[in-house]
Design a protein around this ligand. Sequence first.
Ligand code: NCD
Length: 495
Amino acid sequence: MHVLNMGQFPNRDSIEKVLRDCQTRVPIPRLMPASKRGSVHVLAFEPSTRTRISFQTAARNLGLEVESVAGAEATSLVKKEPLSDALLTHAIYGADIICVRTPYEGGPLFAAEWLQQVPFLKKIGQKTTIMNMGDGTNEHPTQCFLDLLTIQERLGRLDDFTIGIVGDLKYGRTSHSLVRALSHFNNIRFALISPDEARMPQQFLHGLNIIYQGDDMRQLNQCDVIYATRPQLERIKDQIERQRLEWFLRITMEVLSRLKPDVHILHPRPSVHEIDPAIKLDPHFAADDQTYNGLKSRMYWILQALEDFTELTWEVPFAQPILDSQTSGADASEKRGKYFRPITGDEVGVVIDHLPVTVKRGVLDMLAYYGCLTDVVKTTTDPVNTSRLPEEYDGKKAVILLRNRVISDDVVAQICYAVPTASVGLFRGDGNRCKVTTCAVPPMVYFFKCPNSDCITNNDLNAKSRFYTRDNGNALSCRYCQTTFDRKRVIRFAA
Ligand code: NCD
């Protein structure tokens, strides 16, 4: 049981089960026996007050041992140790649960996958659950459950209300997890209020009934619930953007007087200028309820991890690509010796032809990643008639030749996806050549670099990128940071 992001809760039933169990199954802290049942390591590699303390308190309430690290400065992360190696160390020392906060998006997910592969942990029979305490600007799932508990307690329901989510919706991870969860409930109207530069990223808007998106604060007046968030100034590099966001939101008694009389104002905290001190003492303000519910949410997840190691299924199933190919007799003989000795029909090998010169390096990198590059590789750059080819060919094409090598359909699919104008000739030593020029969009793409510099794949040397293809292959969505990019933005090969 790993708690990594809200994609693990794909419908309202899975969310409501957690909320029910938080209210009924989490024991009252005072009644817990103090037996040692396991250990929880709480690692806050970004500042944290409530999440860190609530996980520690939750673990102690349940009679568990607690190890705690506050700040990356005291760890080898400052020496650029990969996060996954750091968490592995905690697992080897017996952490049953690692709660981790990291500035890198997708860090907990990647580390969880990494730990599952480490043979040494299998050898010593160590199973370690990873809990995401906030991964960069991406998500904060255990916060989401305490937010939902609070809305449910205050409003008496999780359907049919208007929620104004206001503040920094771009970098504020708590709002991302919250909208993902609420998208599964009925008749919720979302007013997303932020300056233009702090809008909620596209990938979180799926399935929402958005009644307003913009910077008009008066939209709050129609809301039953307000979820106010802090400007994440530490994540914003642009000075003007910072200034605009810093003072964008300020909820005062005067603002409150214009809101619905039974409105509930939530805030994940820490709150800075956006909540006036007088509001903090007003019964409409629900942040203390949220803080208290943090204990329920975290005790619940610790119990879950101890009792049940079954994995939540949320993988996109991997389907084999369908190749659209034609088989023909080898026609390379007439070119024999012209540029370099091509592969002939009775040999085994691969000819990747019609590559724009700029992508040659990237395709070689990809082949190396798949372990397909062995000793005998030849590449050439030929002048070519480009009348039928896009302009990036610039009068030249590159050819890659792999001798004595077969490549799998999956690798072929990835090449065709990345470079639709390329053709791949597969020689299998049977006198025939199978030539592939197009193929179905592969469901998963592995070899590109994620354009998000804060993605774990760009910050952990053990990590490799993986993307799900979306929108018929026109978009790619990073498995780790969850960001969706235009295909062309990702497919940028080194020249
Ligand atoms: C939030 C966080 O760290 O994402 N705090 C929290 O865990 N309650 C919100 C924030 O930092 O603004």
